[in-house]
Design a protein. Structure first.
Length: 160
C-alpha cells in the first residue's frame, strides 16, 4: 500500500490520547494513541513504540510502565510528552515516582500501572504487552478524555 494513502486512512481513526511512562535514569515518557486493551482473562493491554523514539531505550529495559489516559484539558501534557529534545518531566512538573520508580502523572482521567510481560517486534516498532497490576480513575464521570483525530486533538461530548 502507498505510504501516503496508509497515513490518510489511519488519520480517520479516532483514538484516546495517553502518556506512557517508564522508570530509568532519566525516566522516559511519551504520548501515544496506540494503547488498547488486549485481554480480560488474563488482563492485558498493549501499546506500540518506534525503535527510533527517544523513550525506546527506557521502555525496552523497563519491567514496569504506567499508562495515563489524559483528560480533555490536558492537551498541553500531550504536547509536552511528544516534544523532542526537552526534559519532559521537568517541563510537566506534576508527577511523582510510583512502584518500581515508574513516574506517575497527576490529574489524569485514569492511570494503569503495568508489568511488562512481552515485547513483539513489528516492523520499525515494538508492540509491548503488559499486565495491569494497579489502577486509579477520576471520580468525576463528567470528565472526558482527550482524543486525537485527523491530525488534531479534540474531545468527546457527553450525550444529553
Amino acid at each position: 500500500m502507498d505510504t501516503d494513502l496508509f497515513r490518510a486512512l489511519l488519520r480517520r481513526h479516532a483514538a484516546a490520547v495517553v502518556v506512557i511512562t517508564a522508570p530509568g535514569e532519566p525516566p522516559a515518557g511519551f504520548t501515544a494513541t496506540s494503547f488498547t486493551s488486549v485481554s480480560l482473562d488474563p488482563p492485558l493491554v498493549s501499546f506500540c513504540l518506534a525503535h527510533t523514539a527517544s523513550a525506546w531505550p527506557a521502555v525496552e529495559a523497563a519491567g514496569v510502565v504506567a499508562v495515563h489516559v489524559l483528560t480533555r484539558e490536558q492537551e498541553e501534557v500531550a504536547r509536552t510528552f511528544s516534544t523532542r529534545n526537552i526534559d519532559r518531566f521537568a517541563t510537566h512538573g506534576a508527577w511523582q515516582p510510583g512502584p518500581g520508580g515508574v513516574p506517575l502523572l497527576d490529574g489524569v482521567l485514569a492511570r494503569i500501572v503495568c508489568r511488562v510481560v512481552r515485547r513483539v517486534e513489528a516492523g520499525d516498532h515494538t508492540i509491548v504487552l503488559a499486565a495491569p497490576e494497579a489502577g486509579w480513575h477520576h471520580e468525576d464521570d463528567s470528565v472526558t478524555p482527550l482524543v486525537y483525530h485527523d491530525g488534531h486533538y479534540t474531545h468527546l461530548r457527553h450525550a444529553a
